[in-house]
Write a protein that binds this ligand. Structure first.
Ligand SMILES: Nc1ncnc2c1ncn2[C@@H]1O[C@H](COP(=O)(O)OP(=O)(O)OP(=O)(O)O)[C@@H](O)[C@H]1O
Length: 845
């Protein structure tokens, strides 16, 4: 092996350069040093003759030690390792002689045994300073270059190469130029060294203090990384200025490379710094939370949410949103106000039935069975519901067939079909019909009331920026029902109102519209929820106040009130068993007699439906249970007298009321329709001396007032025909009053009743208490048709009226009446007011 650079730490050489031999020896103390016997050690760094460097005073023949991969310069100290036997022999011979060796670099750094022709022409004569034999047989030496030589001739023979040489001293220019050059090289080197932290500062300082240009050139070239050929070129150049100039080029390039490297490194570091900074901050935050004791709870909560998000199987949009919010939650301290807001939000997101649904089953025969089982009567209603379900079923089965040739919009429009809307007075079974439909379809049931909603946000939710914001009722109900395909009942759709808070009806349209509801966006949730699987059913007491665009989309099924007989049946079949159960009684333990039920219906309720009836039955049951528990007395059957005993004084006595009120001239019984069912109403007329004033009171609407005026005008113009003395209207004020003044009344249907009341007053004859009437009146006395006939007739029947006058055009509506009513009441269709007056007041004459 030719001589290679000894792997000695550069700082050790610096030490040596700075502090001299002694410290260096101490440093190498661990090694087995063979000291120079005569201790000769010239400090070759001192340039003695000024013009020429080095001490060219070396033998003309030198043993040549070939160097692999490095160039040793004069005036530098270099550690070398040698292992080849011929080199070891060379060193041994040199040591026993004058310790001079010639160091020449081999052109081919890879070649193990370079021949003379492989070697360059120029080399450095050096003195072996120190020597250390390592246990592995190699030798480490410290050599010091002294002067440059040129080979005159290689001499072979001995095991190592020898050469005849001649000193080749360098030319050292003088003047400012060379000084500037050497300073430039030094500065550049210092600048570069500063960028390389592994170069010891002391070395840099030493180099910086060098004054001699040649020494500067060689020492910097020795330390600077460069190609072997370049390093050799520096040695071979005669002029010091050239050497320095060449070095400037190399150093400049090195500087640029280092600069660029540093820039790349800085960029990379910035990136890493950012990541690291975040990591540190997060760790710090964790530590703080741990200190505060809320770390465990929070991370457990975050984990729980993560799990729930996974389980909720949300659509991609919602899932992304949930993940984002979860990340925010993780970062926030649990005490932050925002934390609670996000937690509530996530709670909503994960608890919605994104993917939970019941499997719909629809067996039409079974549906009818369920409806029959749960409800008495209502034949028409049940048939219409069953028809609706059958069509729905067929359409969904033939979906593919129909949708083949349709546009996407049409498909969506038709897919879910129309929405059912049950209209009728309270307590007639609208809600329970909805529940039965859900049962028949194997869907869950949920309801929410829209009564009195003015604010759109009640339906669509408040934005999250509001304090205490919540989703709207649709989303709230879906969370409650835990299914994405329930039967969803929207109650009291006729009681929506709107004001400056927005229009809830239009929000509702979006909910009900199959074109839009698959992407329903609640303001609070922010992400779309698919409502297209929900089956909506709406309920209302009246049609007039349902916003037209909503009504358009609905299939209206009217459910009217029940007759007494029907109520008795419903009570026996449904309400009593249920109330007994609810109050802990067995069915056979307590019987209600029919007359008892009738007594409750007649004297304790006045309603179209059966809600109060059920309540009163419940009340009787509770009293029976109390007596049983308190007095240990068993009541087994409820009779009429028991009812009176238990429920106290009768609240209503309709027949008596009618009798009492209509016993004087000037009072007639009319029939009114209200959203809660039909009612009877009394019209009172009186007159007094005055100045022909016509007074109308009783909280009446404009239409009713006009109708009263028309009635009066008609009568006045026909006084003689009815045999009325004109004097009864001359110089008298006429006053018409409709009692129950707190309740606003309107509509034209009381026209005939007002006419008859006035006729009764003018004729001075009281009407039969069992007579009722309804119909609009024209100035010519014609009776025009009116609405709500069924409810009105049911009310008349309830009130015990026996003869009802109604417009001829309404005769057709009588078909809808239960047989029981038709049997008990005489209906007299009329065309004119004259007919009514004749048959009521004048026939008695
Ligand atoms: N035809 C019927 N057969 C059996 N039970 C009935 C019938 N009609 C009503 N009911 C019972 O009467 C009670 C009141 O009915 P429900 O609550 O369905 O009335 P509703 O029409 O929805 O009233 P509202 O408009 O006030 O909501 C229920 O317990 C219901 O089961």
């Amino acid at each position: 092996m030719p001589a290679e650079k000894w792997n000695i730490d550069i700082s050790e050489i610096v030490e040596w350069m700075i502090n001299g031999e002694q410290e260096f020896n101490e440093m190498l103390m661990n090694f087995d040093l063979e000291d120079n016997p005569d201790g000769a050690s010239d400090n070759q760094f001192e340039n003695k003759n000024g013009e020429q460097s080095g001490d060219a005073d070396f033998p003309s023949q030198l043993p040549i030690l070939p160097l692999r991969g490095l160039v040793v310069y004069p005036q530098t100290a270099v550690p070398l390792t040698i292992g080849q036997s011929r080199s070891i022999k060379l060193v041994d011979d040199a040591l026993s002689g004058n310790r001079w060796v010639g160091l020449i670099t081999s052109r081919d750094a890879e070649k193990e045994n370079p021949d003379p022709e492989d070697l360059y022409e120029y080399g450095t004569a050096a003195i072996i300073h120190r020597l250390f034999r390592a246990p592995d047989g190699t030798i480490r030496l410290l050599v010091q270059g002294t002067g440059r030589f040129k080979v005159k001739k290689f001499i072979e023979g001995k095991p190592y190469i020898q050469a005849e040489v001649e000193a080749a001293p360098e030319k050292i220019e003088k003047g400012l130029k060379i000084e500037a050059l050497s300073r430039n090289v030094r500065d550049q080197f210092v600048a570069i060294a500063e960028m390389i932290p592994s170069i010891p500062r002391e070395l840099v300082a030493t180099i910086n203090s060098l004054q001699d240009p040649l020494q500067t050139a060689y020492n910097i070239a020795n330390l600077q990384r460069m190609d072997l050929s370049q390093a050799q070129l520096i040695l071979e150049m005669d002029s010091t200025a050239d050497k320095l100039r060449f070095l400037v080029g190399i150093l400049t390039k090195e500087g640029e490379v280092l600069d660029l490297g540093q820039k790349i490194q800085n960029e990379a570091r910035e990136e890493i710094d950012k990541v690291q900074r975040e990591y540190f901050l997060r760790e710090q935050l964790k530590a703080i939370r741990k200190e505060l004791g809320d770390e465990d709870a929070q991370s457990a909560e975050v984990e729980e949410f993560r799990q729930k998000i996974k389980e909720a199987k949300m659509p991609p949009e919602a899932d992304k949103q949930a993940q984002l919010e979860l990340e925010r939650l993780e970062r926030l301290p649990a005490a932050a106000a925002e934390y609670g807001v996000i937690r509530t939000y996530l709670d909503w997101l994960v608890s919605l039935p994104w993917s939970t649904a019941t499997e719909e089953m629809l067996d039409i025969a079974n549906a009818r069975k369920i409806l029959d089982h749960d409800h008495y009567g209502l034949d028409d209603v049940k048939s219409r519901i069953v028809e609706y379900l059958a069509v729905r079923k067929l359409k969904s089965e033939r979906k593919d067939l129909f949708e083949k040739n349709q546009s996407k919009d049409d498909i969506r429009k038709e897919r879910e079909g129309v929405i059912l809307c049950f209209v009728g007075p309270p307590g007639v079974g609208k809600t329970s019909l909805g529940q039965s439909i859900a049962k028949a379809l194997n869907r869950k049931f949920v309801r929410t009331s829209l009564g009195g909603i003015r604010d759109e946000a009640e339906i669509r939710g408040h934005r999250r920026t509001y304090i205490g914001a919540m989703p709207g009722r649709i989303i709230q109900s879906l969370r409650r029902v835990e299914s994405r395909n329930p039967v969803f009942m929207l109650d009291e759709i006729d009681k929506l109102t709107f004001d400056y808070h927005g229009d809830p009806a239009s929000a509702l349209l979006e909910v009900l519209d199959p074109e839009q509801n698959s992407e329903f966006r609640d303001n609070y949730l922010e992400v779309a929820f698919d409502l297209s699987q929900v089956m909506f059913i709406t309920t209302a007491n009246q049609l007039d106040t349902i916003p037209a665009p909503l009504l358009d989309r609905m299939e209206v099924i009217e459910i009217s009130g029940y007759t007494e007989r029907e109520k008795v049946e419903i009570a026996k079949g449904y309400l009593i068993p249920r109330q007994l159960r609810e109050n802990g009684l067995m069915e056979k333990e307590l019987k209600f007699k029919d007359d008892a039920i009738l007594e409750i219906i007649r004297s304790f309720t006045r309603e179209s439906g059966v809600r109060n009836l059920e309540r009163e039955i419940g009340s009787v049951c509770r009293k029976v249970v109390t007596i049983r528990e308190k007095d240990h007395k068993r009541i087994r059957s409820i009779s009429k007298s028991y009812v009176n005993e238990m429920l106290g004084k009768p609240r209503f006595k309709p027949s008596e009321e009618v009798l009492k009120r209509t016993s004087v001239p000037g009072v007639a019984t009319g029939l009114a329709w209200t959203p809660v069912g039909g009612e009877i109403l009394f019209i009172e007329a009186t007159s007094m001396p005055g100045s022909d004033k016509f007074i109308i009171t009783g909280s009446l609407g404009d239409v009713m007032k006009e109708s009263a005026t028309a009635a009066f005008s008609f009568l006045r113009s026909h006084l003689s025909e009815f045999g009325i003395d004109p004097k009864v209207v001359e110089h008298r004020d006429i006053h018409i009053h409709v009692p129950a003044g707190a309740q606003p009344k309107d509509g034209p249907s009381a026209g005939i009743t007002i006419t008859v009341a006035l006729a009764s007053l003018f004729l001075g004859k009281a009407l039969d208490a069992k007579i009722g009437m309804t119909g609009e009146i024209t100035l010519r006395g014609q009776v025009l048709p009116v609405g709500g006939i069924k409810e009105k007739m049911l009310a008349a029947h309830r009130a015990g009226l026996k003869k009802i006058f109604l417009p001829k055009d309404n005769e057709i509506d009588l078909d809808e009446l239960p047989e029981e009513v038709k049997k008990d009441v005489e209906f007299i269709p009329v065309d004119t007011a004259e007919e009514v007056i004749n048959q009521t007041l004048l026939s008695k004459k």
